[in-house]
Design a protein around this ligand. Sequence first.
Ligand SMILES: NC(=O)c1ccc[n+]([C@@H]2O[C@H](COP(=O)([O-])OP(=O)(O)OC[C@H]3O[C@@H](n4cnc5c(N)ncnc54)[C@H](OP(=O)(O)O)[C@@H]3O)[C@@H](O)[C@H]2O)c1
Length: 326
Amino acid sequence: MKAFTKTRYGGPEILHLDEVEKPTLKDHRILVKVKANSANPADWHILRGKPFIARFSFGLLKPKSQHKILGADFAGVVEEVGNHVTHFKIGDRVFGETLKGGAFAEYTCVPANVCGIIPEGFEFPEMACTPIAGITALQALKTHGKLKEGESVLINGSSGGVGHFAVQIARAYGAKVTAVCSSKNKDFVMGLGADEVIAYDKENIHKHNRKYDLIVDTNGNLFLEDFERMGKRGVLIGFTSLKHMVWLLIKAGFSKFPLAQFTAEANTKDLETIAALIQSRKIRVHIDKTYPYHKIPEAIGYIEAMRTRGKVAMVWESIEGTEGAN
Ligand SMILES: NC(=O)c1ccc[n+]([C@@H]2O[C@H](COP(=O)([O-])OP(=O)(O)OC[C@H]3O[C@@H](n4cnc5c(N)ncnc54)[C@H](OP(=O)(O)O)[C@@H]3O)[C@@H](O)[C@H]2O)c1
């Protein structure tokens, strides 16, 4: 099968489209014929081996052989089902994430519990865009942020993959949403349902003085003083530098402010919660660009600029109505 592999750390140019062995099925896993992927910041972090601390998981000097194939988010069709798998059958349309890699390939073999069923009438590219970003937004707001109906939330970084889901999920759960993004994305974020948008290039967010029940920082540039001034509790998702994040978490550890930081983990229940919100049109996936699979390195290069509006999809075969980016 075809797969994008890496044997050293570096930029998108080191990715090779190789012929590799199709993965073999194991208990508790399903073999999926991949139809579409999406790109996430995690892909280029893993590709570049940055921050360095990530190399303790993925290989110190070069990527470990089990992490040879890049890619986390996928959507496709179940081709084989392992013993003990009860939730899925051959032919099911599924979506999911594999943070250990292996998704940028014609086939991926993944634990069944990191997959969900694609609702009727929804396409592979939009569902491939959903796992990491959607799960992160949901778990930030509900699992860690304990957001309740009627509460106010400020979402810092609201136009990218995670942010555009967070705005819509918060609205779907009945929260009042103030969203922070660049002024070029103001209309886009208002269109997602935000009650109010702050353009960070027009107003200094570090001086914003209103109080919210919850602060969710997808961008990762807020200081502890910002969380304390603006919020009653906070959730940190992204990071602008490891130094900033570590310093923030150390300071938070010595303060009384309830700040949560987490790594999102896919599970069938949360994936199907997101799928239900998509099916009921409470949230929609915005695809900024779609690339054909052979341009996956270009897609990774595009998202590395961190200026994505919504998500970037990659398709493994031409799907009617989907345009490949040139
Ligand atoms: N903790 C976890 O489990 C987890 C999971 C997924 C992602 N993440 C992290 O979360 C972050 C966001 O991921 P993503 O997939 O949403 O990335 P993305 O799609 O690349 O979005 C990045 C967004 O950052 C916004 N941005 C840039 N500068 C900003 C600023 N100064 N203030 C506010 N927003 C700013 C950009 O919006 P504008 O163009 O409007 O500025 C862009 O839309 C990344 O750091 C990623 O590594 C963490």
